[in-house]
Every structure is written in structure tokens, then in C-alpha cells.
Design a protein around this ligand. Structure first.
Ligand code: BG6
Length: 293
């Protein structure tokens, strides 16, 4: 189907009725629903579905940078480009296809893009919905350049939550983090689980393979399982910054939490011909579950 601007979208479904919707604009996942039809990703009521910007919500791909370190747009250009569907991508592991509904997307730099970031690459993204409703994103980035290049990457994931004051994250306690609110100063997490009472914008370093976001009120836990992605970004703009964002409602910070699996602290470097893979699997489970299940 098409979105408001005529950009193609792909719908994934499981036989049980779970679904996901992916836009070719940015390869952004714009909806992920349980088999009971409950939406799990946040989308702002003020989101702007218009090129070239990524809309506020869902899961967007930050590449080739997270933030604005090099002179490219914030969070890189991948989320602002139109990706293409690839019918027959180079082989993945058979388990990555078995029992899943999926789409393979591809981004290659246009001549024009090479002026800003002079590195030729192929970025393949598979978005899959497993039969249990889990959402899996597998990124494969290949250097097809004559020279090495480096990048950082994040799956900018906006989870829908009942009320931010009822939410906590488990798995990041005692880790070091870079605080984006104070020039990326390096700090150490002191508390137990992470809870929210003000603006937060941090990059937690060397995080475990699984991190849990617990929503007490909704009795739901999001599990983020990841491979190849050592860092976790935690972001909530809170009251003041929400008011300053044109495409975000003043009160919406209460219903949203960004927890982004990422590779940020240490850039990934690819030699000519090399390929890198980074994978996340998101699950929405009853609150009795945790990362060990
Ligand atoms: C977060 C960053 O992931 O994304 C924040 O940590 C940033 O620093 C936020 O403000 C939103 O970025 P953007 O470019 O989508 O408005």
C-alpha cells in the first residue's frame, strides 16, 4: 500500500494476526501490533509524514552516524532516503527465514550522496515478523569502496508506554554511560533499575545482550535482544523539550520511551569488501517474563 505521500509501505502479518508496517521512506517500521491489535510503537499525533525527514515515531535507522558528530544531517541520511525492495538478497541464515513474514530492503548511495559521505556501501535491512509476533531487524552493511570507512548506527526505537512514571529499564544498572545532556561526559549508573522523572539522553556502554523495559500499568515488558550492538541509547525529551519540538505533542513524552540498540562509542570500521551485521529482536511479553526466559 501507499502512505499519505504515495510512498510504498509493506505490511507483514502472522497467521495469528500480529502485524508490522514498514515504509520504504527510511526503511522505517511505522507500526508493530500484537495479535490482539495493540500498537506497541509510539507515533506522535503531530508526526510529519513528509520527505525528506523521518517521521516522529516507530523505528528509524540512524546511519552512518548517530547524533551529529560529522557534517551530515542529525542521525545520518539513511532514515531520510527511499529504500528499494530487494527480491533476492544474498543469502541469510535459513533460520532467518523459517516461519517468518519478512521484507528485504536495500539502500545504496546515489551519486549526489557521495558528495557528503564519499563511501560506497550496500545497506541491506531485513524486517521480519516471527510467528510469535516478535519483530526482528537485521542490518548488513557492506563496503564496496576501495578504502575503509567507519560508521555508527542505531535502531531509533520509540516504544509506546502507558505512563513514563510507571516504567523502568532493567539491564543497564552499574554501566558506564555517555551523557548527551552534558557534552557526552562519561558517568557511571548508580541506581538499581532506571526510572524516569526528568529529561534523559544517554548512551549506555557495553550493555548486556538483552535489556528489558517494564511497563507496570500495562503489565507488559518489552525485551530487546541484540547482537553486534554494544550500546543502548535511552531518550525521553520530557516536558520542556517536548514543547520545543514541532512534530511532538506537549504531553506525549508521558506515552513514549526511546530505547535504541546501537553501536556508537566505538565506530565500526569496514575494509573494502567486508560486511558487518547487527541484529535486534523485540518481544512484547507479560510482565512475569524477563531476559532469562
Ligand atoms: C535520540 C537522541 O535518540 O534522538 C537525542 O539521543 C535526540 O539526542 C533524539 O534529540 C531525537 O532526534 P531527532 O533527530 O529524531 O529529533
Amino acid at each position: 500500500s501507499k502512505d499519505w505521500n504515495g510512498i510504498d509501505q509493506v505490511m507483514l502479518r502472522t497467521p495469528q494476526g500480529a502485524s508490522a508496517r514498514v515504509s520504504l521512506h527510511g526503511a522505517q517500521v511505522i507500526s508493530w501490533r500484537t495479535d490482539r491489535g495493540e500498537e506497541l510503537l509510539f507515533t506522535s499525533s503531530k508526526a510529519i509524514f513528509k520527505s525528506p525527514k523521518a517521521m516522529r515515531g516507530g523505528i528509524s535507522i540512524c546511519f552512518p552516524q548517530f547524533g551529529n558528530c560529522v557534517s551530515l544531517e542529525q542521525h545520518g541520511f539513511a532514515r531520510n532516503k527511499i529504500w528499494t525492495i530487494e527480491d533476492d538478497p544474498p543469502s541469510l541464515h535459513p533460520n532467518d527465514s523459517l516461519g517468518k513474514s519478512f521484507v528485504d530492503l536495500l539502500l545504496k548511495p546515489a551519486e549526489e550522496d557521495l558528495k557528503f559521505w564519499p563511501h560506497s556501501f550496500e545497506f541491506r535491512l531485513r524486517v521480519s515478523l516471527a510467528s510469535d509476533g516478535n519483530l526482528i531487524l537485521i542490518s548488513r552493511i557492506r563496503n564496496i569502496n576501495g578504502k575503509p570507512f567507519s560508521f555508527s548506527l542505531a535502531y531509533h526505537t520509540h516504544f509506546s508506554v502507558s505512563d513514563i512514571s510507571e516504567v523502568r529499564i532493567e539491564g543497564l544498572e552499574t554501566l558506564d554511560y555517555l551523557d548527551n545532556l552534558s557534552q557526552r561526559e562519561r558517568c557511571t549508573e548508580q541506581g538499581d533499575a532506571i526510572t524516569f522523572e526528568s529529561e534523559i539522553d544517554r548512551v549506555y556502554l557495553s550493555s548486556p545482550k538483552c535489556v528489558a523495559v517494564l511497563d507496570h500499568e500495562r503489565k507488559r515488558t518489552y525485551l530487546i535482544r541484540k547482537e553486534g550492538l554494544p550500546d543502548i541509547v535511552v531518550w525521553n525529551p520530557w516536558e520542556k523539550k517536548s514543547k520545543a519540538m514541532a512534530d511532538f505533542g506537549d504531553e506525549e513524552y508521558k506515552q513514549m520511551l526511546c530505547v535504541n540498540a546501537a553501536a556508537i562509542e566505538k565506530n565500526i570500521t569496514l575494509k573494502p569488501g567486508e560486511e558487518w551485521t547487527g541484529r535486534i529482536e523485540l518481544a512484547a511479553v507479560p510482565s512475569s517474563f524477563c531476559c532469562d526466559d
